[in-house]
Design a protein around this ligand. Structure first.
Ligand code: SF4
Length: 213
């Protein structure tokens, strides 16, 4: 799938004299009232982001689920708690060291996978969020993020743990925490064990980049 750059941001967003924080707030304001795809009809809240726009790591999920739609915060509930725990195990904290965003900002009904036209309609928000952030490492959690960013349609298991390059960023697909909740074994070769290998690799890259700042 290829995504067309849409002309969504022709007002305050493009004023060059604005600070990054102001541009971020303008983008958020625009997103919070967005009606560009059908998902606006059934959402409770637009789920824009959580964490720190100055963080080196950007976690990209698929879209809001029920808890996220209720709270307006991405990756809450059990999957979010597991994500936080995994990052804490390598010494990183959600609010300081991560920016967390989704491919689509509004919940698809019954948690279905977002449709191609919904992903396309929301893609400029995602791209601008990445551009405005200081993120150098993008972690793609699950197949929708993999498809939206790298245009790879295979399952995560074939590519997880590998580094890709996208717009001068280091990109790694990883298992979605919901998948890890469904597969709790920690045996060698299990999804949890593989994820631990991936996170050791991610921490190594993070430390390398941090030392260059
Ligand atoms: S999912 Fe994205 S494009 Fe669709 S209404 Fe929500 S913010 Fe707009």
């Amino acid at each position: 799938m290829s995504f067309v750059q849409l002309n969504l941001f022709d007002n305050n967003y493009n004023k060059d004299n604005l600070s990054i924080a102001d541009k971020w707030e303008n983008l958020k304001k625009e997103c919070l009232s967005c009606t560009k795809c059908r998902l606006y009809e059934t959402r409770t809240n637009v789920v824009f982001s959580d964490g720190n726009i100055n963080a080196l790591i950007v976690v990209i999920g698929e879209g809001p689920g029920e808890n996220e739609d209720k709270t307006g915060i991405p990756f809450v509930g059990k999957a979010g708690q597991l994500l936080d725990k995994i990052f804490e195990s390598i010494g990183l904290n959600r609010q300081e060291d991560l920016l967390i965003i989704n491919v689509v900002k509004c919940r698809p009904p019954n948690n279905r996978t977002p449709l191609d036209d919904e992903i396309k309609a929301c893609f400029d928000y995602l791209k601008k969020q990445i551009e405005l952030s200081k993120g150098k490492i993008l972690l793609l959690t699950g197949a929708t993020a993999l498809k939206a960013i790298l245009n790879i349609n295979s399952g995560i298991s074939k590519v997880r743990g590998k580094w890709f390059e996208w717009n001068n960023k280091f990109v790694m697909p990883i298992f979605h925490p919901s998948y890890l909740l469904r597969n709790p074994s920690k045996e060698v070769g299990s999804p949890k064990w593989l994820t631990w290998q991936d996170f050791k690799n991610i921490k190594q890259k993070y430390d390398e980049l941090k030392n260059k700042i």
